[in-house]
Design a protein around this ligand. Sequence first.
Ligand code: RB5
Length: 152
Amino acid sequence: MKKPTIVIGSDHAGFGLKEYLRELLEELDYPVEDLGTDSRDSVDYPDYAEKVGRAVAGSRNRKGILSCGTGVGISIAANKIPGVRAALVQDPRTARLAVEHNNANILVLPGRPFSRKKIAPIVKAWLESEFAGGRHGRRVGKITRLEKKYRP
Ligand code: RB5
């Protein structure tokens, strides 16, 4: 099966992690699109959540990885975009379950602090997992209906 393109983005606090992600994803042979930021200069995380969220929402062969300092702000912002299911995870187990149970199409990682040793197994677990469907499909369907129900 064709590997998905991984769209990455971060604010300044996630910049170091994002730079490492590009290396890691290229090593793993995934096509990568880097939507910034491009330096450690201060920027606003919702702007990068929007860029990556728009690229991923509704696309079959794109997934995203986002980072800010804690991962919290950029998750909240990305999850405002219909079709985005962004999951801030702590370890390989939550990364795997975020896909199997929640069909998470964006992985979110805290950029401060981060350890290369810890990040690689989390990213691999997320990339290699598949949505389990069944009762989880019903629940994710209800999330999609919430988007429609509360659309302004
Ligand atoms: C930026 O200083 C910081 O607030 C941001 O990276 C993030 O942690 C927000 O949730």
